[in-house]
Design a protein around this ligand. Structure first.
Ligand code: FES
Length: 349
């Protein structure tokens, strides 16, 4: 399940001073494993400065494109993003986990009207979705709200311009800049007023089938609330967090006994004992169990497992719905066992 495959970097394109698009050519033998849906992400693994670093990056290409590419923006102090922006070269080989993620758009054969709201590097999955929407039906329509500090910080400008050239009136874009005043663009950040402008005024006559939001948590929360005030049902709003600002609960509210853990992973059963103050994923990794993970911050969903016996409590969850939690799904990177025995299954999620 947490299997990585060696993929060769075929191209690196500089998008901005601090971001690159990294493309991989998928060999015929791995085409099935790396088939993906628009909006999904891959996890990359590399040893950097004597430590294994894993990071999840959203796929910016559409499933119809020959190469699979991700956008990587350099973040201050970011080990992997700095390596990718400064040291990675075409021909290098990276360890890559096949595509994952639930923030997906799947064409249904009919014309669809979709809106994407992205801030910063949140454009990556939204771009993949936009391309897929537009190419999937000759009457499909995509409306993009895209926020950045300045135009120089904006990733995928050329790709978006090319889409606009190809699809004309079927693609509408509202650019938003927080540190630059640019004609025909909005000044500020993506907030309630931009959402109202777009959906209450400019595109008030258009019924959207779904909304895809990606970027920092505050932007997602405010946009989502503004859409719901305008009458959009929350089931139509999909989101992917790129950063989270929620504070985690103090671990001293957790039980501090011991738990016997049974783990089913790739059809192999393993058992271990752990403290309830530890997180499940940490305990598994400490016991050399190759459980899937990426962000370790409750954001990416790589580490989902099902509790089939016992109980666990998550200190942070911004991915699983109440129904999924009721079914027993947990983010193992955020979960502490609360019973003396627990069984978790990574194969049935
Ligand atoms: S590893 Fe990303 S949510 Fe757990």
């Amino acid at each position: 399940m947490s299997e990585f495959f060696s993929l060769k970097v075929s191209q690196i394109e500089q998008l901005t001073d601090q971001s690159v698009h990294v493309s991989f050519e998928i060999p015929e033998s791995l085409k099935a494993a790396f088939a993906y849906k628009a909006g999904q992400y891959i996890t990359l693994k590399q040893n950097i400065r004597q430590q294994e670093v894993r990071r999840a990056y959203s796929i910016a290409t559409a499933p119809s494109e020959p190469l699979l590419g991700v956008g990587i923006k350099q973040v201050q102090g970011g080990l992997f993003s700095t390596y990718a922006n400064e040291a990675l070269r075409p021909g290098d080989v990276l360890e890559v986990m096949p595509p994952q993620g639930r923030f997906v758009f799947e064409p249904n054969g009919s014309a669809q009207h979709i809106a994407g709201i992205a801030a910063g590097s949140g454009i990556t999955p939204v771009l993949s979705i936009a391309k897929t929407v537009l190419e999937s039906h000759p009457e499909s329509f995509f409306m993009l709200i895209y926020g950045n500090k300045t135009k120089d910080d904006q990733m995928y400008t050329k790709a978006i311009d090319a889409l606009k050239d190809t699809y004309g009136e079927r693609l509408k874009i509202e650019y938003v800049y927080s540190r630059a005043s640019i004609p025909r663009a909005h000044f500020g950040r993506i907030d309630r007023s931009i959402i109202n402008f777009a959906f209450k005024n400019k595109f008030a006559d258009r019924a959207f089938d779904a909304f895809y939001l990606c970027g920092p948590e505050e932007m997602i929360q405010e946009s989502s609330e503004a859409l719901q005030v305008l009458g959009v049902h929350q089931d139509l709003i999909h989101y992917e967090l790129f950063t989270s600002s929620k504070k985690e609960e103090a671990p001293n509210s957790l039980p501090n006994g011991m738990t016997k853990v049974q783990v089913l992973l790739d059809e192999v059963e393993t058992s271990l004992e752990m403290k309830q103050t530890e997180r499940l994923l940490d305990a598994l990794l400490k016991n050399k169990i190759d459980a899937p993970y990426s962000c370790q911050g409750g954001v990416c969903s790589s580490c989902i497992a099902r509790v089939t016996k016992g109980n666990a409590v998550m200190i942070k969850n911004e991915i699983l719905t109440n129904n999924e939690i009721a079914e027993g799904l947990i983010l193992t990177c955020q979960a502490h066992p609360t019973t003396s025995e627990i069984t978790i299954d990574f194969d049935d999620v």
